[in-house]
Design a protein around this ligand. Sequence first.
Ligand code: SDX
Length: 405
Amino acid sequence: MPDKDAAVIAAVAKGLEGVIAAATSISSIDGTAGRLTYRGIPIEELAANSFYEEVAYFLWNGQLPTQVQLDQFMANLVSMRTLPDNIVAALKLFPANSSGMDMLRTVISLLSVSDPDEENNSQESNRRKALRLMALFPSIIAGFHRVRNGLEIVPPDPVLGHAANFLYMLTGEKPDPVKVKGIDLYLVLLADHGLNASTFTARVIAGTEADMYAAVTGALGALKGPLHGGANQGVMDMLDEVGSLDHVDAWFDATMAGQRRIMGIGHRVYKTEDPRARVLRRVSDEMGYAVGKHDLHEMALRIEQRALSHPHFVERKLAPNVDYYSATVLYYAGIPLDLFTTIFAMSRIVGWTAHLIEQYADNRLIRPRAQYIGPDYQPYIPVAERTVEKLAEVAQSLHMSMSQS
Ligand code: SDX
């Protein structure tokens, strides 16, 4: 029974599957070929040659920076890393067992109230906010971790790059180059990915002309879910549950018998291997040897091999997505498990803000339609007459009339 307007609504595309809801020039995904580009540069080329700060500049500006532009961009980023006093105070209010994503979502809201430009949606203001958010995400996440462990917050080191500085603020130690490279690659690979659930959420909020902080807060809410950014923690929980390589086969058989989903596998768009998973598999393999815990990578690999040869996955074209080997890479880099999804956010803040800048530049309120499937009419019954029998009678007649329509 469609909405009561003249418009005739086609069948509902559950989960908006296959619906083209925006035009974008930021990233392109070919789910059949397993191809991802950022503004036309294949993700494999960026992973091999670039680094996160340069990718951020590229995603925001649409062209690669000259050395002078890159140096200025990185200097501006470094100048914005220090946590404001009100944020330091707020970090001390969270219980130690708070979810990292709940903390991040809350702190970004608090950040907005101290920005005099909060409501200014001009390109110039939003570019400054985007840089501020990119600079502060690592400081907020590391600061939260230090405070909840009763440790002093480590001030940012202006000499270190984005990934290195984050690991330094997290641990208070000069970071291992292997871990820095792993985190930087991770940040490059997850920076943007078309109209995924959290980016779409952000664009819907910007579509009402609410501010960038409000849109990013909404995106953080969406990313937390285990079907989206929360899957990387789910993969690590799964590997913990398996325990060892020789338990993989029994675990896999029991999982399939119990019809449980394997986190990190499957994708709404990719019907072949996610190109980011291909790079992360190699990074995970190399880091596993470097940190002396390659057995975890071998477990993930064995589970993947079992899945890729099982009819349930083959028939549905399910393959590892970006979260699958993200789990081992983040673990090898020493990231605490309950902060895994915040690191996904630390990368995706660049994609979210790039899409927001694009949305504000050519905005129209995003407002789809719904197919109404409730009763066409039912009478109002005064409360004095609402006996259990009467309400049951009304429910029965509604059920009958709806099953006949
Ligand atoms: C990200 O959109 C993006 O771009 C997201 C992302 C990004 O960069 O932003 O790529 C990041 O979020 C990656 C996805 C992380 N999520 C997970 O790894 C969670 C596990 N995967 C899924 O639950 C699932 O594959 C989704 C949510 C990712 C996609 O779900 P869809 O497209 O809605 O597919 P579906 O749930 O309708 O499943 C279709 C079939 C079902 O079986 P049948 O009903 O046909 O019998 O495939 C099965 C599902 O049971 N299936 C799985 C499975 N995923 C789907 N079976 C076992 N294990 C799985 N992981």
